[in-house]
Ligand binder design. Structure first.
Ligand SMILES: Cc1ncc(COP(=O)(O)O)c(C=O)c1O
Length: 385
């Protein structure tokens, strides 16, 4: 019997094709060029795709590869890709509108367009990582930035945001409350919100953010040289999942089996899948996995995550530390990987499935399977694993 923490997606048929509705969310065109553009960013190199053969043998699959985003930009999380690119897209769009010409990263960095770009004050709500990325983008291009943080975000993450020159507003509430406050204040002050989640009438920045994330999926395919058969990806609002699922679905001849993993208390995608439309999480999103502590999905991602995710699953809080330890202290010969609680959630999900024979069989995992996981953040000020 399939365990209650695992649910199939009745909408995800194998014959579905990646169409216009999906392309609006994640556009695979131009991603190799975007990767080239990124080379102009200080400290940018592709993150490694690490192979864990000993763990694959132990867990009964052919291969496990981990895209190690703990090394992104010297920043420690995949989120670096989203905020910086969304800030760039906003500024280059404004310059394009003003001068009817397109500008590159390098053009903007010259300061020649300051009279247009300096008017922008960027704001965002974040559980930490996205705020740091928007702050980094604003700093790179010389803009003021204000980040709204929920109560639970660690002092280390706040310090890292301030270190990138942004102002921080602490909210006495959770992530969704921080989003609401960011919207209210930004509307009042005329600030430009760079959010990683979407809402009615607001989707341009989240689409740019997801475009940034697709870089990691593209890199992983190039590095592997083979397509994964299974992908376990952790979700907060679903932006990372949309980018990874959307990109791989668009460019691969056969869609891998996609599994979206969430903390049990922040299961907005799990519940939305059961309902067939967006509904809030069943819990209060009180989780150690801060990046996944979201009570609501990003609605714009539905045509990708809601339609093409094959399975949704949840994990418990006490499954996080064992997964972090497994990555930090690997089996013989496998590389060690530093992960944070949200970073290892895909691994925790895979381990949960591997330990349950019926779940393992339901996902059609076997010794030929090639499993892709994403270590979405490193060990950022958390207790060591
Ligand atoms: C480390 C980490 N992993 C995964 C996620 C989930 O990303 P999304 O909210 O786009 O689903 C986040 C979001 O903040 C994060 O910080």
């Amino acid at each position: 019997m399939i365990p209650s923490w695992l649910a199939p997606n009745p909408r995800a048929t194998r014959s579905m094709t990646f169409g216009r509705e999906q392309q609006f969310v994640v556009n695979p065109n131009g991603i190799p060029e975007l990767c080239e553009d990124l080379k102009q960013c200080p400290r940018h190199v592709p993150t490694p795709l690490l192979s864990l053969p000993a763990l694959a043998g132990r867990l009964g699959v052919g291969e496990i590869r981990v895209k190690d985003e703990s090394q992104r930009f010297g920043f420690g999380a995949f989120k670096a890709l989203g905020g910086v690119i969304a800030v760039y897209n906003t500024l280059s769009g404004a310059v394009g509108d003003a001068y009817h010409s397109s500008v590159t990263f390098a053009d903007l960095l010259t300061g020649d367009y300051d009279e247009i770009t300096k008017r922008f004050v960027f704001s965002t709500a974040s559980s930490g990582n996205h705020g740091r990325s928007v702050a980094a983008g604003a700093k790179l291009f010389g803009n003021r930035c204000v980040v709204f943080l929920p109560k639970f975000t660690s002092a280390e993450k706040e310090a890292a945001i301030r270190a990138r020159g942004a102002e921080v507003v602490r909210i006495d509430g959770d992530y969704d409350t921080a989003v609401a406050e960011c919207k209210r204040v930004s509307a009042e002050k005329g600030w430009t919100i760079i959010s990683d989640t979407s809402w009615e009438g607001y989707d341009s920045a989240p689409r740019s953010v997801m475009r940034g994330y697709t870089v990691l999926a593209h890199e992983a395919l190039v590095q592997w040289g083979e397509a994964p058969t299974h992908v376990f990806v952790q979700a907060g609002v679903g932006g990372l999942a949309a980018a990874v699922i959307g990109y791989l679905w668009a460019v691969l001849p056969t869609r891998p089996v996609f599994v979206v993993v969430e903390p049990a208390s922040a299961d907005c995608w799990f519940q939305s899948n059961l309902a067939g439309h967006a509904v809030p999480a069943s819990g209060n999103a009180d989780t150690a996995m801060g990046g996944l502590a979201c009570r609501e999905i990003s609605p714009i991602t539905w045509p990708v995550v809601g339609l093409a995710t094959d399975w949704f699953m949840t994990i418990e809080e006490d499954e996080v530390m064992p997964a972090r330890r497994l990555l930090a202290h690997p089996l013989d010969g496998d590389p060690a990987i530093a992960s944070g609680p949200s970073g290892c959630a895909g691994m925790a999900g895979f381990c949960r499935v591997a330990a349950d024979a019926s779940a393992f069989a339901a996902l059609k995992l076997d010794r030929r399977s090639r499993v892709l996981l994403i270590n979405s953040e490193g060990n950022l000020g958390e207790a060591p694993a």
